[in-house]
Design a protein around this ligand. Structure first.
Ligand code: BV8
Length: 250
């Protein structure tokens, strides 16, 4: 797929923006070889729908199965590398006066690409937490039991992930809403815009007068008042957009 030419108005909006807010979804990590959320059910997991596995009920019903699903995704992420789309967003942070990166992704690739402070709305695969006390762990002993047990109280550890039916981390959601309300350019990249409340952020920004760009493989490329829909691969169009807006940045 060739990348559509990027509208000059969008390049100008990025070059002159005071506050750029970005929401990313699985499509940004797809170019690092990580299946998008709805494609994630490949192989062993083809039998289950994500919504069946990514819920507290699924964990209560079959903690081992859910833990192993996340362990397999963690393994995939550990061997993946950030791609040019991640690096372009990390570079953009230093080129605009104010920048807020909001991600639905749980793979940690934005931080590995150099983004300073991604707002992780849905948690992070590389963390686990005690299912009773809530204590968060970045390392644990695998092996004896699956899932592993909390070293303090002995309860099951669970992925530090926001499952369907669970509330998002209040502070992260508040920061994301604040950025959507105060930005003058909102870029929504690589997300199907299905999952709430993240899916409302682009609309909040647009309704507050921000310019809005949607970049994914589902939209039909088009330009409207303050809105730019680009059917394009994030790993190609993001570097092109950043270098078009900030040519001296190299
Ligand atoms: C909650 C972690 C409130 C798990 C995930 C209205 C308001 C509030 C809630 C709801 C509501 N309506 C429905 C709900 C319930 C639910 C929901 O939204 N359900 C959906 C299915 C309708 N929401 C919730 O449950 C949320 N909780 O609101 O709590 C509450 C709670 C209790 C009591 C009262 C109120 C919690 C949602 C979080 C769920 N957890 N992730 C895990 O990852 O295992 S969400 C999951 O889907 C992923 O994390 C991901 O973030 C999300 C969306 O997926 P996408 O990132 O968009 O990926 P997808 O595959 O869908 O699309 C990929 C896109 O990329 C496509 O557009 C494609 O074209 C594009 N693409 C592909 N390749 C490329 C590309 N683009 C560019 N370049 C490429 N190369």
């Amino acid at each position: 797929m060739d990348t559509p030419s990027i509208p000059n108005e969008l390049i100008e909006a990025l070059r002159t923006a005071r506050h750029v807010a970005v929401l990313t979804g699985a499509g940004v990590s797809a170019e690092s070889g990580i299946p998008t959320f709805r494609d994630a059910m490949t192989g062993l997991w083809a039998r289950y729908s994500p919504e069946e596995l990514a819920t507290p009920e699924a964990f209560r019903r079959n903690p081992r199965l859910v833990w192993e699903w996340y362990a397999s995704r963690r393994q995939m992420v550990t061997t993946a590398q950030p791609n040019p789309g991640h690096f372009a967003l990390a570079a953009l942070e230093a080129l605009v006066p104010q920048f807020t990166l909001i991600t639905q992704n749980v793979d940690g690739l934005h931080r590995r690409a150099g983004s300073a402070d991604p707002i992780e709305l849905h948690g992070n695969l590389m963390r686990a937490r005690c299912s009773v006390e809530g204590t968060v762990y970045t390392s644990w002993t695998e092996g004896e039991t699956v899932p592993p047990l909390c070293p303090v109280c002995g309860a099951l550890l669970r992925p530090d992930i926001v499952w369907f039916g669970e509330t998002l981390p209040p502070e992260a959601l508040a920061r994301a809403n604040e950025a959507a309300k105060s930005c003058d350019l909102f870029l929504s990249i690589g997300t199907s815009g299905v999952v709430e409340p993240a899916a409302s952020l682009p609309r909040i920004a647009y309704n507050r007068g921000a310019s809005l760009a949607l970049i994914n493989l589902d939209v039909t490329t088009s330009t409207g008042p303050r809105s730019y829909y680009l059917k394009a691969r994030s790993g190609v169009v993001l570097p092109a957009l950043v270098s078009a807006a900030f040519p001296k940045a190299g």
